[in-house]
Design a protein. Structure first.
Ligand code: ZN
Ligand code: ZN
Length: 354
């Protein structure tokens, strides 16, 4: 079955999947269903599997090369044009992706617009063979960059300089871009999970959290390693070992049929066992695909259950601002029929850099 056919099987009424400007989740859904990469396109999928693709002049040529879609070229104002074409019909729209002003445009045009949520995302969560192949290549590229980074000098260079080195390395090795701005957090900077790289030279004796990913063939990679700069204290070595133990426990828990919250709990129990549960303030992981954060989630409040074909991150962390330390270790993992396969394979032994 095609992706459109799988979506159609879930529908009671036609669904408008819209990716107007700035609506990245909607654009990813349109790309997933049609293969068209566009900042201004929408696709109407009917319950019988018929699909109409709407886009403007800039994307029309490429749209016409797609099979299985009736293509309608619209004005640049995509949603007003679609509203006029669909006036009088009852149409589902993705409430998480259509801004309120555009929803009003549909309603004012006479569309009976019904909110729908998460259908395309639920399909995207289970990767097909081609998607898995792309994500394997992205993870392998990430391994190359982390291996090269491990040969670089960290001390006396700034977090920002190293972040740029990483982003440049991804591009030089063939990535289309980065899946998010590389995070390099040394010492106190790393004590915040979403560290912002700064200008100050990195001092020896600290842990440096590096979280980075590339975009390859449309798909994101995501990997974190924590490096030691020169000799580090026994305390830092212990925290690293604790984080690694939690990460391995989290990895072991990933399998089809396991609730996201149970996988999270497996890693959390290790850190809580050392009374550092408070220092692990985020979820264990998230789905990755066309977007860096997508379904399913692995965290204490998750209602998702893992399925074969999910690609998720496993990334426990420990953040202690009073000690100016953060540590996080993250792998990208494919859920398989009988367990899991790690896609990112760069070593998790503590790597000491100069
Ligand atoms: Zn990450
Ligand atoms: Zn992540």
């Amino acid at each position: 079955m095609t992706r459109v056919e799988r979506l159609a099987a879930l529908l009671e009424e036609p669904l408008l999947v819209a990716g107007p400007p700035y609506v990245l989740g909607g654009q990813a859904n349109v790309r997933y269903l049609t293969g068209l990469q566009s900042s201004n396109a929408a696709v109407l999928v009917e319950p019988d599997g018929a699909a109409t693709l709407y886009t403007d002049f800039r994307y029309a040529n490429r749209a016409h090369t797609l099979e299985d879609f009736e293509v309608v070229e619209t004005a640049r104002g995509l949603i007003p044009a679609v509203g006029e074409l669909l006036a009088g019909r009852r149409i589902g729209f993705e409430e998480q992706h259509l801004p309120h002003a555009l929803y009003r445009t549909l309603v004012d045009a006479g569309v009976d617009a019904v909110p729908v949520s998460g259908l395309v995302e639920s399909l995207r969560a289970v990767k097909d063979d081609e998607e898995i192949a792309r994500m394997r290549r992205g993870a392998a590229l990430s391994d190359e960059v982390f291996a090269a980074l491990a040969q670089e000098r960290f001390s006396e260079r700034s977090e920002r300089e190293l972040a740029w080195w990483i982003e440049r390395s991804f591009r030089e090795r063939g990535a289309e871009g980065v899946s998010f701005e590389a995070v390099v957090g040394a010492g106190a900077t790393a004590a915040s999970p979403h560290a912002v790289p700064g200008d100050a030279p990195i001092e020896p004796g600290v842990l440096v959290v590096v979280d980075a990913g590339c975009l390859l063939d449309g798909y994101c990679s995501d990997c974190t390693r924590t490096f030691a700069v020169g000799e580090i204290s026994e305390r830092l070595q212990e925290l690293y070992a604790l984080c690694l133990e939690a990460q391995l426990a989290g990895l072991d828990a990933v399998a089809p049929g396991v609730p996201g919250r149970a996988a999270d709990a497996a890693s959390r129990a290790i850190i809580e066992g050392r009374d550092l549960g408070w220092a692990y303030g985020h979820g264990m992981g998230h789905g990755v695909g066309l977007q860096i954060h997508e379904a399913p989630t692995l965290r204490p409040d998750s209602t998702d259950v893992l399925e074969a074909g999910n690609v998720v991150s496993v990334e426990p962390g420990i953040y202690i601002p009073d000690e100016s330390v953060g540590v996080r270790i993250e792998d990208l993992v494919l859920v398989t029929d009988d367990g899991r396969e790690r896609l990112t394979q760069f070593t998790k032994e503590l790597v000491t850099v100069a």
